[in-house]
Design a protein around this ligand. Structure first.
Ligand code: TRP
Length: 351
């Protein structure tokens, strides 16, 4: 009995100790401002997690952005500050989260080269996330090798600081699956070094675009941005797809597949009222303009505090760059430690 209790206690202690060691990392490609899809898919979780993680990292993935923007470094450069502003405005606190720039950590590139030996070309081509993005970008066989291999460099992003909890949008799950395969192979070949990672997807893993497309995407021109003004939000909501057969106010309308109701379901805090509105819409007698006006107010109440904080922060870009510089320096120290361990494991620690 005593032994059983002791065992239980050890188990409890182990679980809690391992809980204590919660290292969170996430990142964005600096290819454009961030939208509501990022907010519900990942940013809300990042902001929450920074409070109870042991360490929390936010990375601006400029090298990853270059994998499909090799001819447009200016675009990547100018968006570094934009994604930093978006995250800060949403509540990422540089006192709690180490905010850094990927290219400032050369060890990530070094680890990528090592991990590339653990991954086959066939496996990379099969990755559903990469496949989808390749289709969307129209690469076909002419995909840049760096782009095809980005899940491998993403493994390096995650593992250089031994992070184990990754808040992401649903589209990134196949990438994390591949990261765990790399962890397993690395540990099998070179000894226990990394731990498998867990993902955390937001309550709304995938937000539909304003055009009804299943995904809101930076390059799909169907997003509502965290920096959009009320006028822009209004225009986008007014142009939203509802039910093409709902022509007159008296006509019964379809709620399923109706973008306005999908958004109200996600963002409107008053669920009971939305259920009533849906019933009324289905019966007939509720016009699109009424529900759209409601959605505009709901979205404005979420976005306006973010937009205002963003505008404030944007007045002082030097201060934002200073945050990124200091974060990058902290991350560099951690990367050096991991790299020393990895070199030892690979027996390439000669001198
Ligand atoms: N691939 C991610 C995206 O497109 C961005 C990213 C890069 C990332 N490195 C990461 C996300 C590491 C989580 C962890 O959104």
């Amino acid at each position: 009995m005593l032994l059983k209790c002791a065992k239980l206690y050890i188990f409890w202690y182990y679980i809690n100790m391992s809980n204590l060691n919660k290292i969170v990392l996430t990142g964005d490609r600096p290819t454009g401002r961030l939208h509501l899809g990022h907010f519900v898919g990942s940013i809300q979780n990042r902001v929450k997690l920074q409070n109870d993680a042991d360490k929390s990292f936010y990375m601006i993935a400029d090298m990853q952005a270059l994998t499909d923007n090799a001819n447009n470094p200016e675009k990547v450069r100018s968006n570094v500050i934009e994604v930093a502003l978006d995250n800060l405005a949403c509540g990422i606190d540089p006192k709690k989260t180490i905010m850094f720039i990927q290219s400032g950590i050369p060890e990530i590139a070094e680890l990528t080269v090592i991990f590339l030996n653990l991954v086959t070309l066939a496996r990379l081509k099969r990755n559903p996330t990469v496949k989808d993005e390749m289709k969307q970008k129209g690469f076909g066989e002419n995909v840049p090798a760096g782009f095809l291999a980005y899940p491998v460099s993403q493994a390096a992003d995650i593992l250089f600081c031994k992070s184990n909890l990754i808040p992401v949008g649903e589209d990134q799950l196949p990438v994390l699956e591949q990261v765990n395969e790399i962890v397993d192979d690395f540990n099998r070949f070179y000894g226990e070094t990394f731990t498998r990672v867990k993902h955390l997807v937001g309550d709304t893993p995938r937000l539909m675009g304003t055009d009804g497309n299943i995904k809101m995407g930076k390059s799909l021109n169907n997003g509502i941005y965290l920096s959009d003004t009320k006028e822009v939000i209004s225009k986008k909501v007014m142009g939203m797809y509802t039910d093409p057969k709902h022509i007159h106010v008296e006509d019964p309308g379809e709620v399923k597949g109706n973008v306005v109701f999908s958004y109200l379901d996600i963002f409107d805090p008053n669920k009971d009222e939305i259920e009533e509105l849906k019933a009324q819409y289905k019966k007939g007698g509720l016009g699109d303009v009424v529900i759209k006006k409601r959605l505009i107010e709901v979205l404005e109440s979420i976005i306006s505090p973010i937009r205002e904080k963003r505008e404030e922060l944007a007045k002082n870009p030097e201060a934002v760059m200073k945050i990124l510089k200091e974060g990058t320096i902290s991350a560099q120290a951690i990367a050096k430690q991991t790299m020393a361990e990895v070199k030892k494991a690979l027996k390439i620690n000669y001198f």
